[in-house]
Design a protein around this ligand. Structure first.
Ligand code: ATP
Length: 215
């Protein structure tokens, strides 16, 4: 089936990796089919939403049968480009950056941090988690256009100038772990994860809302 990605709502697209991971586990355990209720229970998305999401993928569940696990899995694999490895670069090999370099992303999807950059002499020229760390001054020398994604784990004040250089080099997406709000041209995708804010907002919700209200 040919899929027009622009027709898939962003909220649906964001749930794709979640579905994909669960279906992979189901497949590995030998299951052939799954109901939307089972899926709902496992991924904590209500079953009406799942049915709507899946209808965008052309996967129509049959009453009393559910969804065909193999069909869904091959669909997700194609849609998420799981057959193709995406290389990622990481800038800033501090505590957080070092943890990412040691984390095995490939376990769950086909992304791989293939090079890292820092300005600290003691880190440059070393390997961390098997990934070479280069001098940020040499970014233009090392960053090739087969690396479309960058993770930023530098101090906030360093984020924008580095972003400008990445954009000039043709980066397509940035996962920004700094608290800085980044300015980029419209065609560049930024996902912002501020761990301190996320934690604070979780604590806030726990204090001020009961679990049922939060849903
Ligand atoms: P983290 O925030 O990851 O826990 P940290 O507290 O260990 O890090 P930070 O001061 O936040 O250290 O710096 C993160 C990393 O970014 C360090 O390795 C530091 O050398 C590097 N760094 C600092 N400034 C720059 C810069 N302008 N360009 C690239 N890397 C930088």
């Amino acid at each position: 089936m040919n899929l027009d990605h622009s027709k898939i709502p962003q909220a649906t697209a964001k749930r794709l990796p979640l579905y994909y991971r669960f279906l992979k586990n189901l497949h590995a355990s030998g299951k052939q089919r799954v109901s939307s209720a089972e899926l709902s229970d496992a991924v904590k998305v209500d079953s009406a939403t799942i049915r709507r999401d899946f209808s965008y993928f052309g996967a129509l569940g049959k009453k009393g049968y559910g969804y065909n696990v193999n069909y869904l899995l091959s669909f997700f694999r194609k849609t998420l480009d799981q057959d193709e490895m995406t290389n990622v670069t990481l800038i800033g090999v501090g505590n957080l950056g070092t943890a990412f370099l040691h984390y095995n992303f490939i376990k769950n999807n086909n992304t791989k941090i293939s090079m890292a950059f820092d300005i600290n002499e003691s880190k440059i020229g070393k390997e961390v988690g098997g990934v070479p760390v280069y001098d940020l001054n040499d970014l233009e020398k090392h960053l090739t256009n087969d690396i479309p994604v960058a993770i930023l784990t530098v101090p906030a004040q360093a984020a924008q100038p580095i972003t400008d250089r990445l954009v000039a080099l043709g980066i397509k997406g940035i996962l920004n772990f700094t608290p800085a709000r980044l300015n980029v041209p419209e065609h560049i995708r930024i996902h912002h994860i501020d761990l301190a804010v996320e934690l604070q907002s979780l604590v806030y919700f726990l204090k001020h809302y009961s679990m049922t209200e939060e849903k």
